[in-house]
Each structure stands twice: as C-alpha cells, then as structure tokens.
Design a protein around this ligand. Sequence first.
Ligand SMILES: *[C@@H]1O[C@H](CO)[C@@H](O)[C@H](O)[C@H]1NC(C)=O
Ligand SMILES: *[C@@H]1O[C@H](CO)[C@@H](O)[C@H](O)[C@H]1NC(C)=O
Ligand SMILES: *[C@@H]1O[C@H](CO)[C@@H](O)[C@H](O)[C@H]1NC(C)=O
Length: 376
Amino acid sequence: MFAKRNLMGVRRGKYFLLVVVVCGCLVTLFLHYTTNITYDVILTAVDIHQWNFQPGQWRGEERPPDRLPNDDNNGNTPHRRALQYLVEEDGLCTAHPDMDIIAYIHSAPEKVDNRQLIRNTWGNTRYYDAVKMRVIFVFGSAKTEKERELVTQESQQYHDIVQLNFDDTYKNLSLKGVGALQWLTEHCPGPRWVLKSDDDMIINIFALSSYLHHITTPIMSSLPHQHSVTPLPNNRILCAVWYGMPVLRGTGCAKWCVTEEEWPHKTFPTYCSGSAFVIPNNVTRRLYHAYFHAPFLWVDDAYITGVLSREAGIGHRSIHSLYELNHHLIEKNLVKGNRIFCHHPGSANLRAKWWRIIASKESQPWNFTNSPKLPS
Ligand SMILES: *[C@@H]1O[C@H](CO)[C@@H](O)[C@H](O)[C@H]1NC(C)=O
Ligand SMILES: *[C@@H]1O[C@H](CO)[C@@H](O)[C@H](O)[C@H]1NC(C)=O
Ligand SMILES: *[C@@H]1O[C@H](CO)[C@@H](O)[C@H](O)[C@H]1NC(C)=O
C-alpha cells in the first residue's frame, strides 16, 4: 500500500515536472511572439568597439512575387490619391542645396514637447555646419481648433512641419509615411540621404553623418592591380532588419493585432524597425510611386519598408549593431560611443541627458578602420 502510494507520488512528481517544463516552453514561446524581448536579445548581442561600426550581416532578398498577397482577384488594388498638404513647407530644401541628410520624424499634433526636445538636441540647426542635416516633423490634421492654432504658430516659428490632411490616428500611421515620401519626392530630391525617425528617439547625428560618409567613400584597394571599390549601399534601406516577423493575431496583442483581411500571411515581408532607418534619397520616388499600386497595410514600418520596398525592388542592409532600443543599456553604450540610434518613449529627461553625452563627444574623430569591408 505505502510502496504503491509512494510510487504514485513519484510518478505524480514526474508528471508535475513535465507539466512545468511544457508550460515554461509555452510561456517562453508566447513571450517570444508577443513582446519585443527578442529584439533586445538581437540588438544587444553585438558589442563593438568605439566607432568601429559593423554593418551587420548581408542577406540576399528573395524575388518578390508578381502579385502581393491581398491584391483582389483581378490583381487590381484600389485607386489611391496623392495626399493633400495642410502645411507644405515647400522651400526648406531649395534653401539648403548643400544638405546631405533630410530627417523626417513621425510626430502628432499634440506632441509639442517631443518636437521641442528634438529641436533643442539632435535636430538643432546649430549643428548644420557639422552634419548638413535638417529635420521636418510629419503628422496629420489637428483634432481641435486650439490645436490647429498652435500648430500654425509652431510652424510659422520654426518652419519644420509638414502636415497632411488625414486623421492622425494609429491606424493611419502608414499615411504619415506616405505623406513624407510624397513631400520628399515633390520638395526634397536633393539630399543624398533620408533619415526616418520617431519623436521619442535620440540620434547621434555626428556618428551617423560620418558613418554615411564612410560607407560611400571609395576604399583604395591595398593590392596594386585592383581598382578602388565604392562600397555603396545601392538601392537598399539601411536599418535594423526584421526577417520573417510573425503577424500578431487574435487577442492579447493589443493595438498590434492584425486581421486576416488586413494581412493574410503568417509573416510580414522583410522590413525595418520603424524607430529609425536610412533611405538613399534616389529611391524615395520609387517607394512613393509604389504606394499607388501596392496593397495597403496600416502597420507603417512593415508597409513603408516592407510592402512598398518589395514592390519597388528595394532591399535592406542590416545595421543592427548601431541601435540601442533597450533603455537600460543606452547610457553605458553611449559612453562607450558605439550606438547611433537610441529609443526611450517615456523619459524626456533621460533623452536630454543622453544628448549631453553625445554632444560632449562631438569633436571626437570617428574611427572606422576596423569596420569590415562592405559588400559592393
Ligand atoms: C484615416 O484618415 C482618414 C482621412 O482623414 C479617415 O477618413 C479615416 O477614418 C482614418 N482611418 C483611421 C483608421 O483612423
Ligand atoms: C542611386 O544612386 C546609386 C549611387 O549613385 C546608384 O548606384 C543607384 O543605381 C541609384 N538608384 C537609382 C534608383 O537611381
Ligand atoms: C583607428 O583604429 C585602428 C585600429 O584600432 C588604429 O590602428 C588607428 O590608429 C586608429 N586611428 C585613429 C585616427 O585613431
């Protein structure tokens, strides 16, 4: 009797262990798909030396299918119209013909403080001589008369706002991206690079500027009979690339849930983290034109850098090691000086503090000697 009961106890213990292990696996899987823990693991795994940037791995793109998944049966997509400007700011780029980088920042009418912080930090025009960059903020229509007045005032004071005529909602974020592409195509084809970012990012513009210069400067081969190589990122978006990112379905994914009608596939096409990415400006027009025939998707980063870039035949180059999206590690890595793009949604004070670290290193010469050769 006792022995038998004991044996059952042991067995029960074993079952209990099994259940614990299985549950643990399920919870891990659940977290893997529902949080951005995976991103942190990817993003912090690479440690690089001061300013010796590594461009990350390089992968070929699969050939895009002739039709994209949610085209209707005839392969037609609904007719789309150009967006209408409320604030156009059409003279910014012609006024600065020597500009290298035009940065467009997704903002919202009410995010006045975030915009001001950027104007006081990495978007400050006093750095123009050093980095040849200007910033514009992009958003949709104001919700109240008061907000409308404030936007008008702000725009007249700073001349750095492009406002488009659509409701500024989460599910309209892709229109914000399209509006920016439209504005760049129509009013800003000159600068070589386009930087997209969000209004809660801090960006080391000095390092970014020298990195872009570095990757486009011809490398003289050390071998006598070889030509110089220009390691240009031809027709590729530079970013933290997500490959095979699963589409979140059902409940428990909050505002990120996507229905079968919105996107029928289990994964998104290869795309970039929307926190920050860099587009060679001569492909901007192609991305914008793709909007008129590609299927629509409201997840803006997957849409602009995934759906539209696939439609336009534009690939990706991973520069993961330049991102720090885990705010616990930002300060450490800024002091070490090896991150360009830093994200913190909550604290403006912290962002201001990080900018002071970056600005204190402004005059430091960036050293790219050790960065691996880029594929040509
Ligand atoms: C997007 O903006 C358009 C135009 O203002 C509006 O009609 C539509 O309801 C908005 N969509 C969402 C999902 O908010
Ligand atoms: C953009 O410019 C690069 C370098 O000048 C060139 O190799 C590439 O083909 C251009 N792309 C387009 C779409 O014009
Ligand atoms: C850059 O780094 C390389 C290797 O770490 C070093 O040999 C070189 O002297 C450095 N250059 C400058 C200007 O600091």
